[in-house]
Design a protein around this ligand. Structure first.
Ligand code: UDP
Length: 330
């Protein structure tokens, strides 16, 4: 049994990672400033309130719990927000990694699972994307995550840190037991917004239908949050076998266009959703799909719940129980 500090443990992916760690017999300690996370999502271990930029507080928490490893989720993750306000992305996501790395070095904690992103690849020339594809981000969010990876790689080389970078594609869905789910405010992600529209009868806008794809809308690779969480536990347990910073692409390995996701949400919820087409959203690449072969081969990872149907069904169930009035009015 390991103790694992989970920064961002009150957030969407972090809280699912805490549940997965506890399910595998480990002890998660959540560290979160609750600016975007929710205290009620911390159910599988203690919550330590604190900011990722507060290195002294991080050091105190590391000294108190003496974790065997850290999973680092505490970050901002909206592409459009990063384009409008890059400063907060470089501060939280890049400077935040440095703050964490220095706190870990000061306290002798030398294992790290880093929450990275397919946004580090930018607009790749070929898909599905392998881990050795060039990293050339096209928005500040992706750039801030790439800076994190670079710092971690240098700490691995210089200070003997053991680390993995988990490059997620589109995290979606909710805990299959219905205990936790996605609750962003404001919500900007495709599937929860479609479920809002299904529940409330509101309109939905597809951002762009003139991309070079089969139906003109963007294509993304949706991976179930419980599958992502499980991959983090597997990676954490494998850290000691890795010499260099190792990256894993975490996606289902297949893409769905925005129109396909719209159709699937209509079908699974049984709700008519009125949709129109608006302009492209700045910073959106046309197609992002993963080649998850390395994670499957080296970690023994199988994305079991990463079908659109399972993703939508678990997210819809969560949506109905967390906002029952709205969810039943549509
Ligand atoms: N999207 C959309 N309408 C919305 C929100 C998102 O058409 O109201 C599109 C977005 O442009 C992208 C896809 O849905 O092509 C996935 O976006 P999301 O924000 O969920 O994830 P991202 O790919 O940015 O991480």
């Amino acid at each position: 049994m390991a103790t694992v500090l989970v920064t961002g443990g009150a957030g969407y992916i972090g809280s699912h990672a805490c549940k997965a760690l506890a399910g595998a017999g480990h002890k998660p300690v959540a560290y979160d400033n609750l600016s975007r996370g929710h205290a009620q999502a911390v159910r599988w271990g203690p919550l330590e309130e604190g900011d990722i930029l507060d290195q002294a507080r991080l050091e105190a928490v590391l000294a108190r719990h003496r974790p065997d490893a850290v999973m680092h989720f505490a970050a901002l993750a909206y592409v459009a927000e990063s384009v409008a306000d890059p400063a907060i992305y470089y501060r939280n996501n890049a400077q935040g990694v440095l703050s964490l790395l220095e706190a870990m070095r000061a306290k002798g904690v030398d294992r790290l699972v880093f929450s990275s992103s397919c946004a580090t690849y930018g607009a790749p020339s070929t898909t599905p994307i392998r881990e050795d594809a060039p990293q050339a981000p096209i928005n500040p969010y992706g750039a801030s995550k790439l800076m994190g990876e670079r710092m971690i790689a240098d700490y691995v080389a210089a200070y003997g840190l053991r680390a993995v970078a988990m490059r997620y594609f589109n995290a979606a869905g909710a805990d299959p037991d219905g205990e936790i789910g996605e609750a962003h405010d404001p919500e900007t992600h495709l599937i929860p917004l479609l479920l809002d529209a299904a529940a409330t009868g509101g309109r939905f806008t597809i951002f762009g239908d003139d991309y070079p794809t089969a139906d003109g809308s963007c294509v993304r690779d949706y991976v179930h949050v419980a599958d992502l969480a499980h991959a983090h536990v597997l990676a954490c347990e494998r850290l000691d076998a890795l010499a260099d910073l190792t990256a894993y692409n975490l996606g289902a390995g297949q893409g769905a266009s925005n129109f396909e996701v719209l159709d699937a949400v209509r079908r699974r919820t049984g709700c008519a959703i009125e949709a129109d087409v608006g302009p492209r959203r700045p910073g959106d690449p046309a197609v992002l799909t993963a080649d998850p072969t390395r994670a499957m081969r080296e970690l023994g990872w199988t994305p079991r719940l990463s079908t659109l149907d399972d993703i939508i069904d678990t997210a819809w169930r969560w949506r109905k129980q967390s906002a029952p009035a709205a969810a039943t009015s549509g």
